[in-house]
Unconditional design. Structure first.
Length: 385
């Protein structure tokens, strides 16, 4: 059997010529112990469509401009097929022009010619790393389907049993996290992990710090999946952010670390949103972009109040949009819910970050009860979307 295989694969090395006008070949890297000498142990033929090796030569070659590896690294094949005095033939073409493609003059398509999986990484390391914005979006949405299924399997009756980060918001956040200076992303409100996953996929050098109660049946399975895929790049801080965030931020800052991008999507009451924003301050810089979710309710009221006092600067505002709308679809499921929604991006002033005294005290409980954020006297109206 081996003799027949050798007959089919091998061609007498003495019949080939090196460096003919239409056939050029060079050694890029030798991978064998035996030496590779042009014309003696390797060459090309058939107009550069094929190459040959002999006398134990193996390596990486450039054959008529194409990079080719010729010579197996599997020991038993080297013994039976590439033994002493026996040669081997390798194709220099990505696609042979035969069969349906016999008369097709077009080059190999970009889709067939590209290579996006890194097989040089150790076992357990992810082979695919998004390079472009579009690849990051596609990878994010595929992973979101997995998260949705995991959440629904563990908690099918939960209203938020599938992710509800709007597409407009995650697209803008991916744009921001892909900036070269962004290395640390911090968020309050992990829920199903959708925003954390998007940030981690969009920036391969990013470390995420997520704060969440982990109160739902799907919470721990989600954390387990994210740790499996992203390892130490994903750090979870379990418990109430009102107890864990402030001491962590102070310790994080003392170590010389800061959050480059922040997502506030935890407690949606005015008091709770205020505390999350206040507790983050030690880990922020004036350049840290803080994404505030659900600006039509408590977090938006707090943000606008801080802006009116010069504590923060609202750099971007999207919405709020009534639902259903292009950028604000209703929640899916049997208990579908249509809520007014929007988000903003804000930055803290240097004054607000320099001293705790610069930050205002909490508002009296129950103040402005029943009023929408944009109806509170003294607050600038939201930009209409």
């Amino acid at each position: 059997m081996h003799a027949m295989l050798a007959t089919l694969l091998l061609l007498d090395a003495t019949t080939h010529t090196l460096g003919t006008p239409s056939c050029t070949i060079s050694l890029k890297e030798q991978t064998s112990k035996k030496s590779c000498i042009a014309g003696e142990s390797f060459g090309c033929y058939d107009g550069g469509q094929m190459m040959w090796i002999a006398k134990g030569c193996r390596g990486d070659f450039v054959c008529n401009g194409a990079e080719v590896h010729c010579g197996t690294t599997v020991s038993y094949l080297r013994t039976t097929i590439e033994g002493s005095g026996v040669g081997r033939n390798c194709t220099c073409l990505e696609r042979e022009r035969s069969g349906d493609y016999a008369a097709d003059p077009s080059p190999v398509s970009t889709q067939l010619g590209s290579r996006r999986l890194n097989n040089d990484l150790p076992y357990g390391e992810p082979r695919f790393e998004p390079k472009s914005f579009d690849e990051a979006i596609a990878a994010t949405f595929v992973f979101w389907d997995l998260l949705d299924a995991l959440m629904f399997t563990n908690s099918p009756k939960q209203l938020y049993a599938t992710g509800y980060v709007r597409e407009l918001q995650i697209r803008r956040m991916i744009e921001m996290v892909r900036q070269p200076e962004v290395r640390t992303y911090c968020e309050v409100g992990l829920n199903g992990g959708h925003s954390s996953v998007a940030m981690l996929l969009a920036n391969p050098k990013l470390v995420v710090h997520a704060f969440d109660l982990l109160a739902w049946p799907y919470s721990h399975p989600v954390v387990k999946l994210l740790k499996l895929r992203f390892g130490e790049r994903f750090q979870i801080h379990a418990g109430s952010s009102h107890e864990t965030l402030a001491p962590w931020a102070e310790s994080f800052s003392r170590n010389g670390s800061k959050c480059d991008l922040v997502f506030v999507d935890g407690d949606h009451g005015e008091s709770g949103a205020y505390q999350d924003m206040a507790d983050f301050r030690a880990a922020l810089t004036p350049r840290t972009r803080v994404v505030v979710d659900d600006i039509a309710v408590g977090p938006g009221c707090v943000m606008r109040r801080l802006a009116s006092l010069g504590i923060v600067r609202v750099a971007e505002t999207y919405g709020p949009y009534d639902a259903p709308a292009k950028h604000n679809p209703c929640m899916r499921g049997k208990r579908s819910s249509c809520l007014t929604w929007g988000f903003s991006v804000m930055l803290f002033s240097e004054k607000a970050l320099a001293s705790a005294d610069a930050f205002p005290g909490r508002r009296r409980a129950g103040a402005n009860r029943g009023l929408k954020c944009w109806e509170i006297a003294g607050l600038a109206p939201f930009t209409e979307g």
